[in-house]
Design a protein around this ligand. Structure first.
Ligand code: NI
Length: 135
């Protein structure tokens, strides 16, 4: 297995500005301002505390990839993202181990257009893989 390194915890929020202010009250610093991911129809913002990076994700409209999830989970952490030196090899390796890709690798505007892919495990729920080098 390729070395996987934790990059961030994805956190679903209904209102990204209110959530960012609340994380700020807990001592989190803003890493990046809010970015619109037009492909996934979500707003994204990264914050950090004590070396932990949190990705706030909120639906930009009802066609968003997280619109269904937010109804189910409300405001909640929902994935851990792992950096990999070889996205395609890690994807193949995890798929062989029982993970199921739920989308195709695609560039993430909030992550300098590095490619990401989401997978499901029957035992862990959702994870994200992200290539560690810039495109
Ligand atoms: Ni993420």
């Amino acid at each position: 297995m390729d070395h996987l390194k934790i990059h961030h915890i994805g956190y679903l929020v209904k209102h990204i500005d209110k959530a960012a202010a609340e994380f700020g009250r807990l001592g989190y610093n803003t890493v990046s301002e809010t970015v619109l991911d037009d492909y996934r129809k979500i707003h994204i913002r990264f914050m950090e505390k004590d070396g932990y990076r949190v990705e706030l994700v909120s639906p930009a409209d009802s066609s968003s990839v997280v619109s269904g999830l937010i109804k189910k989970y409300k405001n909640s952490p929902y994935h851990i993202c792992y950096e990999t030196p070889d996205l395609d090899a890690s994807l193949a390796s995890l798929t062989a181990k029982g993970f199921t890709a739920i989308d195709a690798p695609a560039p993430a505007p909030a992550l300098q257009n590095r490619r990401v892919v989401f997978l499901m495990s029957p035992f862990l729920g959702m994870i994200e893989l992200m290539e560690d080098q810039l495109p």
